[in-house]
Design a protein around this ligand. Structure first.
Ligand code: SF4
Length: 276
């Protein structure tokens, strides 16, 4: 009789420099998570975030697809609060795509200056208006492949518009989604397009838009870039990064930022029917 099969898997003891010949060694600890287990965990995270942040909703003010497209372009390298401060006058001045196409550059720059990068954004908005007039009869297209051809519009902006203006599932990946989903171990990538594709594989399609909103709100209120409030995190049990932030519940509570309770966007009728 031998002691066991020669290829038995065993952890490497601390005081052994090298394993006996024929022994397969793997590090001690839990096995890697399977794709199925990660998918289940992602869906549980989504459900728990839905309970914790029932008020999660897009924080940009808008009433039409064009307004949302413009607001999202303005939100690059800015905050939603700042964008919401300038858009009432922008929207009142430029009511449709033709108005942006014919905009007075200096005037538009002045209006959007507080959002930063105002020259590049003005260029995008004028180009956007021209492209919509020339190629889409002044209307915002409702397909990803069309949206991403417009000046200033990438996949993130297109997903925001699809999900929130047209009711077409889209999963925008912004800085919060990138940071939080990496901490959660749902991805190891830092490429937004790759992360979007991976998350879309895990999360139910009908949940894509709200999953993104919830993760963004979680990132803004609890899982901050510098001081995550792990001690009061609703998904701590599902997070392999638990402990990188404050774990004491009282101290963690002080780190949490509560957001404003916002009404849902001014939808008219079903998804896709908007005030013109
Ligand atoms: S446990 Fe900490 S790191 Fe993990 S999601 Fe919660 S706040 Fe973020």
């Amino acid at each position: 009789m031998t002691d066991g099969p020669p290829d038995a898997v065993s952890p490497l003891p601390d005081d052994v420099a090298s394993p006996p010949r024929g022994t397969v060694v793997r590090p001690a600890g839990p096995p890697p998570e399977t794709d199925l287990a990660r998918t289940r965990r992602a869906r549980r995270i989504n459900r728990l975030l839905a309970e914790r942040y029932p008020d999660a909703v897009i924080e940009l003010d808008f009433t039409t697809p064009l307004e949302l497209l413009v607001a999202t372009i303005l939100s690059a390298q800015s905050t939603d609060v700042r964008v919401n401060q300038v858009t009432p006058e922008v929207f009142a001045t430029y009511a449709d795509a033709a108005a942006y196409a014919a905009a007075d550059r200096a005037h538009l720059e002045e209006l959007i200056k507080p959002t930063g990068f105002f020259r590049a954004k003005t260029q995008s908005l004028i180009g956007l208006g021209q492209a919509l007039v020339e190629r889409y009869k002044g209307q915002v297209p409702r397909r990803m492949e069309d949206l991403v051809t417009l000046p200033g519009v990438g996949r993130k902006t297109a997903n925001v518009v699809l999900g929130n203006a047209f009711g077409v599932p889209g999963l925008p990946v912004d800085t919060h989604v990138l940071r939080v989903t990496r901490r959660l171990g749902l991805t190891v990538s830092d490429d937004p397009v790759t992360v979007e594709a991976e998350l879309c594989e895990m999360v139910e399609k009908r949940e894509w838009t709200m999953f993104s909103h919830r993760v963004i709100v979680h990132g803004r209120r609890t899982c901050h870039a510098r001081k995550p409030a792990c001690g009061v995190c609703p998904i701590a049990d599902l997070c392999p990064s638990y402990g990188i932030g404050e774990t004491d519940p009282e101290a963690a509570t002080r780190l949490v930022k509560e957001g404003p309770v916002r009404p849902a966007p001014n939808l008219v009728g079903q998804a896709g029917e908007w005030r013109s």
